[in-house]
Design a protein around this ligand. Structure first.
Ligand SMILES: [Zn+2]
Length: 80
């Protein structure tokens, strides 16, 4: 399968993390992430996000979560 590219990869990342993608798409995203450092970092942030958000509902929004979210948004913006 052709490389999905960063744009599509980012769009699918949320579903990829939740394992809701069809197998073909999941494989395509995985292949892209394996070869793209920027998307690999983004994937890591996504994977940590649920834990960060869970903590955020239990206590005050943790500062490191806020910083990470800001970084994620900055990265997505730069990509356009
Ligand atoms: Zn990429």
């Amino acid at each position: 399968m052709a490389d999905v590219g960063c744009q599509t990869c980012v769009e699918l990342l949320g579903e990829f993390v939740e394992r809701r993608l069809p197998r073909d798409d999941e494989a395509a995203v995985q292949a892209h992430v394996d070869g793209c450092k920027a998307c690999a970092e983004l994937l890591r942030d996504y994977q940590e996000l649920p834990a960060l958000l869970r903590r955020a509902t239990e206590e005050d929004f943790p500062l490191d979560a806020e910083l990470r979210l800001r970084r994620m948004v900055a990265r997505l913006r730069r990509r356009r």
